[in-house]
Design a protein around this ligand. Sequence first.
Ligand SMILES: *[C@@H]1O[C@H](CO)[C@@H](O)[C@H](O)[C@H]1NC(C)=O
Ligand SMILES: *[C@@H]1O[C@H](CO)[C@@H](O)[C@H](O)[C@H]1NC(C)=O
Ligand SMILES: *[C@@H]1O[C@H](CO)[C@@H](O)[C@H](O)[C@H]1NC(C)=O
Ligand SMILES: *[C@@H]1O[C@H](CO)[C@@H](O)[C@H](O)[C@H]1NC(C)=O
Ligand SMILES: *[C@@H]1O[C@H](CO)[C@@H](O)[C@H](O)[C@H]1NC(C)=O
Length: 343
Amino acid sequence: MRLPTLIAGLCLLHCATAGKVCARPRTIESAVFRPGKVVYESRDVVTYSCIAGYEKESGNDKAVCLALGNWEHATLKCRRESDPSPRYIYYITYKLYTPNTGVTMYSLLGANESECLESGKWSQKPPVCEVVTCPPPPLPKFAQLDFFTPREKNISIYQDVVTYRCLQNFALIGNENATCTENGTWSGIPECRDVKCNPPTVIPNGFMSFSLYRKYNYKEFVTYGCNPPYTLEGPRISFCDKDGEWSQKPSCKAPCHVNTPKANVLYNGRKTRVDEIAGQQIHHGDILTYFCKNKIDKCAYTVPSQCQDGNFTVPACYKKPGTFSLFSTDPSKMTPCAQESEQ
Ligand SMILES: *[C@@H]1O[C@H](CO)[C@@H](O)[C@H](O)[C@H]1NC(C)=O
Ligand SMILES: *[C@@H]1O[C@H](CO)[C@@H](O)[C@H](O)[C@H]1NC(C)=O
Ligand SMILES: *[C@@H]1O[C@H](CO)[C@@H](O)[C@H](O)[C@H]1NC(C)=O
Ligand SMILES: *[C@@H]1O[C@H](CO)[C@@H](O)[C@H](O)[C@H]1NC(C)=O
Ligand SMILES: *[C@@H]1O[C@H](CO)[C@@H](O)[C@H](O)[C@H]1NC(C)=O
């Protein structure tokens, strides 16, 4: 009894498997296999190879049909050739079609290019055209929205603008306006910075409005003046600026001493002698106009000179009275030359 049972058992096992065949082996990306048959017998072998433009990256390129009708699969992996052989590549390019209605509110979402692959498929899904929206604009620290008119559902659309303002004593760094961009994001969100300036400093020969020795806030200011007889040049007010520095300060310019006491000059629209000017001193920026002689035409012409921070140059053509003769005429009393010219 034992033996026939065993034989029957073996037969069952053998008879059940003898007729098994394998279906087509699985496909491997960017590879083909050979030979191609409808069915494969046990122990049939197929060999995969990478298609043109691809090369073997790793794995085993053989698959074996096993006795149970399944495959011992190949593990081949193909990758694009690093230096692909020349072949035709087709592209399609998508562009947003904008009707001539002024503002564009639509944008192309997705890839704007798609490539025809060897698999016969396009590399990208076609893009879609959608209204560009931006979420509510972000609110930086110490900032507030000055002008913000959200549309339906609290969104904004392409090219909407929002204006920011900073809380008092905070300086706005960047652009006060942000715009909803084609990317659906807000461009150029500003920053509100807590700005402090060191105590303001005095200027040479000048003074400052009453000020405490402390840090100053953004936009706080001091006023400058000059000790007489110095003259202030530049802005009278300096304020604590965004960069934590004081804005441009004025400077105090020195007066000029004029050492031609006997000269008749034009000063502040009047003819005057220099020694009639108090202390023979004029202020920075003041102009004295001298008379010079044109000996050929026997007439006088005028040459102005300006006091520049303590520097005053007497025009070279000016001659002290009596330089040539005691009786020579004062040029300021001569007929003006027809045309102002230098001899
Ligand atoms: C496609 O998109 C790229 C990058 O986003 C851009 O540089 C290119 O100009 C676009 N092409 C066309 C035709 O719009
Ligand atoms: C709309 O956005 C503003 C600013 O972000 C926010 O304060 C407000 O609560 C939002 N309203 C709704 C209904 O979501
Ligand atoms: C911000 O927008 C307002 C209103 O449109 C405009 O008056 C202002 O000049 C803009 N500021 C800047 C820095 O562009
Ligand atoms: C839109 O986004 C792209 C990619 O992030 C960027 O290069 C481009 O500058 C953005 N355009 C605008 C208007 O912000
Ligand atoms: C005065 O003029 C001289 C020569 O032009 C110049 O070198 C000097 O810097 C000037 N001084 C002032 C205080 O302007």
